[in-house]
Design a protein around this ligand. Structure first.
Ligand code: DP6
Length: 354
């Protein structure tokens, strides 16, 4: 079982003997797709339930950082953030909140003036969660600096601290600092799972799940009408909240067993139920909202029909958006190609699980 660290463990009380004049780093972090969804939170980025995700291998954020020692000894971290070559004030606002939250854990950041340059390997507005990979990349940079300033810190500790910091930027980012199957949130039957940072799936994964694909059908690339942060808040007084907390635990248990046993059908059933539940929770929020598009429903129905006829192991999940993620094992690649032929006009991002 992985070591368990507390918030206190991640705080820094040491002072620096010397501060370098400048420092730079470049890193990348992958996006992830949740199969058991984080939806609803308590306090400061504490999830209402445990979530499980697959890490994507091609959809990434690449971030470069340059730090110059600041002479002002400023209370606030000073930085500029460029996204795809342009200064982005909207991201700067979010990152400012993030920096404030992580101050007790990374006080060394204040000694520098920062420039960040970030880009994604996936198309802008593709509906792939860029906040997950974006904050994960920032957290990785911060931890690289920590490693540089305080050499010799335990690697496992730093890996968990990276996820811990990323979580304070965006919850799903906690699952984007490592690879494979990630679990974030305390769950009784998953040893080591906790609310502060994500851990690797701690059980042997059945070989049938070793090479999985995620094909993202871009049905809508507009910005979300309701952000995930707002969506989480709407769960607070949601009439279905107690039922959701109970049922999602059972779903995670069933999914965990299916992943170990190679039970692809149960796997598919659970991830589809989970995607539909997420959207059902949105549709029954107050105020209610809908992020699916008619094309999303049409594709789900066509997928179910295709499966009935071919017995292909192609399943879907949805993020907080209209795009359909087609999840399938390597063995079903030809089936996925045949299914996609029905939608020649739709752009697909073909990703794999890392
Ligand atoms: C539907 O991580 O984007 O994608 O913590 O407020 O930044 P914040 O929310 P965010 O929520 C992700 C919601 C989801 C499900 C998931 O990724 O688990």
């Amino acid at each position: 079982m992985p070591a368990h660290f507390t918030e206190e463990d991640f705080q820094i009380h040491r002072t620096l003997d010397s501060i370098p004049g400048n420092w730079s780093a470049k890193t990348e972090a992958p996006s992830n797709i949740a199969l058991i969804k984080y939806w609803g939170k308590k306090g400061l980025q504490i999830p209402m339930n445990a979530s499980l995700s697959f890490t994507l291998s091609r959809s990434k954020t690449v971030t470069q950082a340059e730090a110059v020692r600041s002479n002002s000894g400023s209370e606030k971290i000073t930085f500029k953030f460029y996204f795809e070559g342009k200064r982005n004030k909207q991201f700067e606002k979010k990152i400012q909140i993030f920096f404030k939250r992580i101050e007790p854990y990374a006080p060394y950041l204040n000694h520098f003036e920062w420039t960040f340059r970030s880009k994604n390997t996936f198309p802008h507005s593709s509906g792939i969660a860029s906040s997950a990979s974006g904050f994960a990349a920032l957290a990785k940079i911060i931890i690289q600096l920590e490693q540089y300033l305080f050499p010799g810190i335990n690697r496992d500790f730093l890996a968990y601290k990276t996820s811990f910091l990323a979580r304070l930027g965006s919850g799903s980012a906690a699952r984007s600092t490592a690879s494979g199957i990630q679990i974030w949130g305390k769950h009784e039957s998953i040893p080591g799972s906790n609310d502060l940072y994500a851990i690797d799936f701690p059980f042997p994964l059945h070989p049938d799940f070793h090479q999985m694909h995620d094909w993202i059908f871009l049905l809508d690339t507009a910005t979300k009408t309701v952000s995930s942060t707002r969506g989480h808040a709407l769960i607070d007084n949601h009439p279905f909240k107690p039922g959701r907390i109970q049922s999602v635990k059972k779903q995670l248990d069933k999914l965990s067993i299916a992943l170990q046993q190679g039970d692809t059908e149960t796997f598919g059933q659970i991830i589809e139920e989970e995607a539909l539940t997420l959207h059902a929770l949105m549709m029954s929020s107050h105020p209610a909202y809908i992020l699916m598009k008619p094309e999303t429903l049409d594709m789900i129905l066509k997928l179910w029909n295709f499966r009935k006829q071919t017995h292909a192991k192609l399943y879907f999940t949805l993020d907080a958006g209209a795009n359909l993620h087609l999840i399938f094992p390597q063995k079903d690649l030809q089936n996925a190609i045949a299914f996609a032929k029905q939608f020649p006009e739709i752009k697909i991002i073909k990703d794999e699980i890392l």
